[in-house]
Design a protein around this ligand. Structure first.
Ligand SMILES: [Fe+2]
Length: 257
């Protein structure tokens, strides 16, 4: 009698949703000009960046047209990402609070390993990604699992046990990840600047929506909060708790667009 494999549980996943921003080529060309102007007039600041220019944390409050347009599209993606991982009932009275900043990494510039305390999501949007002069990992973002790989992983090379995962997104890509997931950016070895936007998105309780929800609770059972609405899509649905005496539905309907 042979042993029977029952199932493989995959727990403590790190969702990293990836988006391509609509009309990114035009927006990137426009925002590069706006960033050039800002760099002439703003000193910037030093955080995880080594070398390069790091703007103030005011990306979502900027008035420049391309900044505003991109900020709105990023908010839509973050809302969609939240819908894809969240309990729909929990979203009813919540909103996203975002801040962001511009990173300009010249040749040799990089970001040391760090995470983004206080946020739910963090994200990086790619405006300009010069090809590496040497190939390889230059300019890549690399995620670091705080659980180190177990001994033997170097021999086994399991895709489930590794503790590093690198990506080199193309311009127009928005990479979203849990804020607690450590990451760093490999040094840019190209002669051109690498330009990205970094984003933090907090989940906050919205008292106004809480009050409105109380009024509407008798009429709606699964309403999505406008502030968290996104493009929708084939979001995976989490099982919902069944009401007392009622059986939970087998499958929930996809989120509204
Ligand atoms: Fe970061």
């Amino acid at each position: 009698m042979s042993n029977k494999f029952r199932k493989m549980n995959l727990v403590f996943a790190s969702p990293i949703p990836v988006y391509e921003i609509a009309d990114f080529e035009r927006i990137n060309a426009e925002i590069i000009k706006e960033i050039d102007d800002r760099m002439k007039n703003e000193a910037g600041m030093v955080r995880s960046n080594r070398s390069g220019w790091h703007s103030d944390l005011d990306f979502f409050a900027r008035k420049e047209p391309a900044h505003r347009e991109l900020a709105q599209k990023i908010m839509q993606c973050l809302a969609d990402a939240t819908q894809r991982v969240a309990n729909k009932e929990a979203l009813k009275n919540l909103r996203l609070e975002c801040d962001g900043w511009v990173n300009v990494n010249p040749k040799g510039g990089y970001n040391v390993p760090h995470d983004h305390p206080g946020a739910f999501w963090s994200a990086a949007y790619y405006i300009k990604v010069p090809p590496s002069a040497t190939g390889g990992m230059a300019g890549s973002i690399e995620f670091i699992d705080h659980r180190s790989a177990p001994p033997g992983q170097g021999l086994v090379k399991s895709p489930y046990m590794r503790s590093l995962h690198a990506m080199k997104p193309a311009p127009g890509t928005l990479v979203v990840f849990p804020s607690t997931l450590k990451h760093w950016v490999h040094p840019n070895d190209a002669d051109e600047d690498r330009i990205t936007i970094a984003i933090n998105a907090k989940i906050a309780v919205d008292p106004a929506k809480m009050q409105q929800a109380k009024v509407e609770a008798a009429h709606e059972s699964n309403r999505l909060v406008p502030g968290l609405e996104g493009p929708g899509g084939d979001a995976p649905q989490l099982p919902q708790p069944a009401a007392k005496g009622k059986k939970a539905p087998a499958k929930r309907q996809p989120a509204k667009a």
